[in-house]
Unconditional design. Structure first.
Length: 188
């Protein structure tokens, strides 16, 4: 009997938690559904010897000019070339979505790093050390016309006790008019 009550309470709490963020584009827990479409609305050029461009505030920005503490995205190709690469306007199917966090701690000249996938809980963390986490959402992309395009990752850095993943609305603000995002219906 005790197990039945415990399972009932757990199921009820899980249902309540889902109701809080399911469909809420402002929630950092509402993931972009697989099968959604990311549409590039204009030509984007990836500079020579690079595989990506960065976006922040609705604009393409140089790699070293993104503010890591605010939402930003990285649009990536598979292959690096010695000449610039042009990505034409296209619809990219989102075939996989992953939320992850990565830890980095600077100790003088030593850099230690750790990556975890999923939702983490950090209780009682203070800011005494130099530890930051990057909260990243990775969208794996597919296009028959441009198979070299494969990833859009969006995130921001923060202290573990203050950080969260970027929401769909924040991603849309980062992308501005360069990309549009059409969400697929959720599968039941």
């Amino acid at each position: 009997m005790r197990q039945f009550i415990l399972l009932s309470v757990v199921a009820f709490l899980a249902a309540c938690q889902t109701a809080d963020y399911e469909g809420n584009e402002n929630s950092p827990y509402y993931l972009i559904p697989v099968g959604s479409t990311l549409t590039l609305t204009r030509t984007v050029t990836i500079p020579a010897e690079q595989v990506a461009v960065f976006l922040q505030g609705g604009e393409v920005v140089p790699a070293g000019r993104t503010n890591q503490y605010y939402p930003h995205c990285k649009f990536e190709l598979i292959h690096r070339r010695d000449t610039g690469q042009t990505v034409q306007p296209d619809d990219f199917e989102i075939i996989k979505v992953v939320q992850e966090t990565s830890d980095s701690v600077a100790l003088d000249s030593l850099q230690l790093a750790q990556v975890s996938v999923g939702i983490g809980l950090n209780v009682g963390m203070d800011h005494g050390g130099a530890s930051l986490q990057t909260y990243r959402t990775r969208l794996m992309l597919r296009s028959a016309k441009q198979p070299d395009v494969y990833l859009l990752s969006c995130g921001q850095s923060a202290y573990p006790s203050e950080g969260q993943h970027v929401s769909i609305m924040e991603i849309r603000k980062v992308l501005g008019k360069i990309f549009t995002l059409q969400l697929a219906p959720r599968k039941s």
